[in-house]
Design a protein around this ligand. Structure first.
Ligand code: AMP
Ligand code: MG
Length: 488
């Protein structure tokens, strides 16, 4: 049976053309027997791609990079980056490709990008490949984040390649097709800075303004306005991570976007019991990227962005630094405001609630959660019932009942709105034990657990009968020793 050719898939090559110094034209490795593991039908439709066609053999060839539409120029993107604090002037897409930009049915331009598509000139010692498990992890967690309303890259599909990938063991290989409003990173600017090309830096900044922060073009100082817009977007993003208990795990500057979307789901995980020191990544020995450090790390990364942009801020270095410092100062204010507003919402308190009353209430709650090893997500969901008068589900999570009762009495006195709480406190997140279960099954060829988990997490606020185990905390024997791996 032969299927019709694609209903014209148009991939633009704007990045490849405008920023050729940062784009190496490249092709994905041939995949002889691609097998679709998961396809995001609604996202495909948003992009103007027919899901039925994407499932066809031609569609699968597009999803692994072997079918390149006319006019497209797949490229490996160059970027630099601070990894765990150490600077590498040349990282780049070692196992990824930007296929091109797609204009969705909503008119928005988005990158279509592959991960695990073979070695590129940036591969260094890497094999250019990715395993099924880590690519499905990115798919599940990024789609869960999107459903939670948190800016993120999206996942269009994961296709098994039929190849074996050597990690600690031999694992089945896969390619993830990912969609992002762009793949510009802090590290992209660091790359232009590192090669000392100020003209390129300016062109990159113009490109970023036009794709993400158009209002900056109208500002008196467009490049400073760009920086301020990124500071604002990241302050808001990291506040949202913190509110939902997300630990990115590898917040290197090459993994921080200019758009303000979450990117590069490697050793990421959702925190179970509340503890600011939570670290899941097997390579994060010092806890640099612990849950509680994320705001400070984001600010540090933004300081690196400012450094890269200095030549665009002012010809005089001292003046440039002063402008950068002043603009970066907004991060803490914006982060604190976004986080506090989010916490009030989680507690069902109105946005205008008296900060002098709510701030100590929130701080005491966090101390209680930590001391009592309370499941973070489960607690806030259970607290909705407490707002309706049934405190038992929340109360039962604490060892120190008297301390919880005293706290709850003060909180109830502020008249929390239960309905509002159910709208912001998810019941289903991709819990670590469920993600592991789903990935292990998928690696062995059983996609059912993955599909059930996806079904739960893409409607995170909508509690459904039969999904109880997706709302439950991790089993006792799971938590403390849980580690995630980068999959590289
Ligand atoms: P990540 O930690 O996934 O953000 O990747 C950091 C850097 O390592 C990027 O330059 C990646 O392209 C590169 N990289 C990661 N895994 C591989 C691999 N298996 N083969 C080649 N390059 C890789
Ligand atoms: Mg990365």
């Amino acid at each position: 049976m032969s299927l019709a050719l694609p209903p014209t898939v148009t991939l633009n090559d704007r990045f490849a053309r405008e920023l050729a110094e940062m784009a190496i034209p490249w092709r994905a490795e041939e995949v002889s027997d691609p097998q679709l593991l998961v396809l995001n039908g609604p996202l495909a439709t948003e992009l103007g791609l027919d899901p039925a066609w994407l499932r066809s053999s031609e569609g699968l060839r597009l999803l692994v990079g072997n079918l390149v539409p006319n006019g497209a120029t797949p490229v490996a993107q160059a970027y630099a980056g601070h990894q765990f604090g150490g600077f590498s002037p040349r990282l780049g897409d070692g196992r990824a490709l930007l296929l091109g930009e797609v204009v969705g049915t909503d008119g928005h331009v988005r990158d279509l990008h592959l991960k695990g598509s073979g070695r590129t000139p940036f591969a260094r010692g890497g094999d250019g490949l990715a395993a099924v498990g880590p690519m499905l992890r990115e798919y599940v967690v990024s789609e869960a984040m999107h459903a939670l309303g948190i800016p993120t890259t999206r996942s269009l599909a994961v296709v098994a390649t039929g190849r074996w990938v050597r990690r600690e063991t031999l694992l089945p290989g896969a390619v993830l097709a990912r969609v992002a409003s762009s793949h510009l990173r802090v590290g992209s600017f660091q790359y232009a800075q590192a090669i000392g090309d100020v003209e390129l830096l300016g062109r990159l900044a113009d490109h970023a303004i036009s794709r993400h922060h158009a209002a900056a073009a109208e500002a008196e100082h467009p490049y400073l306005a760009l920086f301020q817009a990124v500071v604002a977007a990241q302050a808001s993003l990291v506040a949202q991570w913190m509110l939902v208990g997300f630990v990115h795990g590898v917040m290197n500057t090459d993994n921080m976007t200019i758009s303000g979307e979450t990117i590069d789901y490697g050793p990421c995980a959702f925190m179970d019991a509340f503890d600011p020191g939570t670290v899941y990544s097997s390579i994060d020995h010092g806890g640099r990227y612990a849950y509680g450090n994320q705001p400070v790390v984001a600010e540090w990364n933004l300081a690196r962005l400012a450094e890269a942009l200095l030549p665009l801020f002012h010809d005089d270095q001292e003046e440039a630094v002063a402008l950068a410092v002043e603009s970066l100062g907004a991060f803490r204010r914006r982060y604190a405001a976004a986080w506090s507003a989010g916490m009030r919402a989680k507690l069902g308190l109105p946005d205008g609630a008296d900060e002098a009353l709510t701030a100590p209430l929130v701080n005491e709650l966090l101390t209680l959660l930590q001391e009592n090893h309370v499941d973070y997500t489960g607690f806030f969901r259970a607290l909705g019932a407490a707002a309706r008068g049934d405190a038992e589900p929340a109360r039962g999570l604490f060892l120190d009942l008297a301390a919880f009762d005293a706290w709850a009495q003060r909180w109830r006195a502020l008249n929390p709105d239960a309905d509002a709480m159910y709208r912001v406190n998810p019941v289903y997140i991709p819990r670590n034990h469920l993600v592991e279960e789903a990935l292990a099954a998928a690696t062995n060829g059983d996609l059912d657990p993955l599909e059930r988990l996806l079904d739960a997490v893409v409607s995170p606020y909508d509690e459904r009968l039969g999904l109880e185990r997706y709302a439950a905390a991790a089993p006792e024997d799971f938590g403390a020793s849980y580690r995630t791996f980068c999959g590289t």
